[in-house]
Design a binder for this molecule. Structure first.
Ligand code: ADP
Length: 248
């Protein structure tokens, strides 16, 4: 009895300590993610305010950096808000008849310019035979955006991202493929856990809070769908979001 009691106490304390560690890591990751856009915004706006920028062209460039970084900030804040709603079990979904191709196309269109500016080859390949399915368009679009964001973050020299829609047996899927750093096999299951980040390679240079894929998983669970991942270190990754065709 005594041994069992000691073991239970030990296990609980260990859990608490781990949780505290995860929490503090999360706070530091998020702060880190927020700090970069904030400092860029304040630096470029101060330079403009002091009238230090001489040419119109340079001014335009600075304005565009400010607006890009402000967008990035609001994306980070939105994703944290969505995450906390999800944690509280308060996130609601609105499933309506939709074309998966349209959702994928909207994400593609809004990212195309931005990614090409960053030197990416970005492609959308649609299967036009995909029928109407019942999905929450906003949530699915958020899931695709999270995957594309990761594909960008975890690509190094080979900047190539493909978004593909297709039918496969009883499923319609949308897939995001990159030629980036890949994910070690031992971590492939864990990356969908909240706060988990792969701790090898150059990943630590890349900013992130470790909640993106847990949001994707939550969204796919709400759709009673599946996520399939195939990834090889140094070659690239493919994330497939599978939606059942006859889902009610
Ligand atoms: P993060 O904010 O860290 O990007 P995510 O939940 O989106 O959080 O991803 C969890 C981890 O999975 C990342 O930290 C990274 O290690 C790994 N990962 C996710 N997507 C990719 C990808 N396309 N290529 C390589 N690694 C990835």
């Amino acid at each position: 009895m005594l041994i069992l009691g000691v073991w239970i106490v030990y296990r609980n304390i260990k859990k608490e300590v781990e949780l505290a560690q995860i929490k503090s890591e999360f706070v530091s990751n998020v702060s880190h993610e927020l700090r970069t856009p904030l400092s860029l915004i304040s630096m470029f706006s101060e330079t403009l305010e002091m009238d230090r920028v001489k040419t119109e062209e340079k001014k335009k460039e600075y304005y565009s950096i400010i607006s890009q970084e402000a967008n990035r900030l609001s994306k980070i804040v939105n994703s944290i808000l969505n995450f906390s709603k999800m944690e509280a079990g308060k996130r609601q979904f609105n499933f309506v008849d939709s074309y998966l191709n349209d959702v994928a196309e909207n994400v593609y269109r809004s990212y195309k310019f931005h990614l090409e500016q960053k030197g990416f080859k970005f492609e959308l390949l649609k299967d036009e035979t995909i029928p109407i399915i019942k999905i929450d368009e906003e949530a699915v679009s958020e899931a695709i955006v999270n995957l594309v964001d990761n594909a960008v973050k975890y690509s190094d020299n080979n900047k190539e991202i493909t978004v593909r829609t297709k039918l496969e047996s009883n499923y319609a899927f949308v897939e995001v493929e990159d030629k980036g750093i890949g994910i070690p096999e031992k971590d492939q299951k864990k990356i969908f856990d909240k706060f988990f980040r792969v701790s090898s390679g150059n990943v630590h240079d890349v900013k992130g809070s470790g909640i993106g894929l847990s949001i994707v998983k939550y969204i796919m669970d709400a759709h009673k769908g599946e996520i399939r991942l195939s990834s090889t270190v140094g070659v690239g990754s493919k994330f497939k979001l599978m939606f059942r065709l006859n889902a009610k």
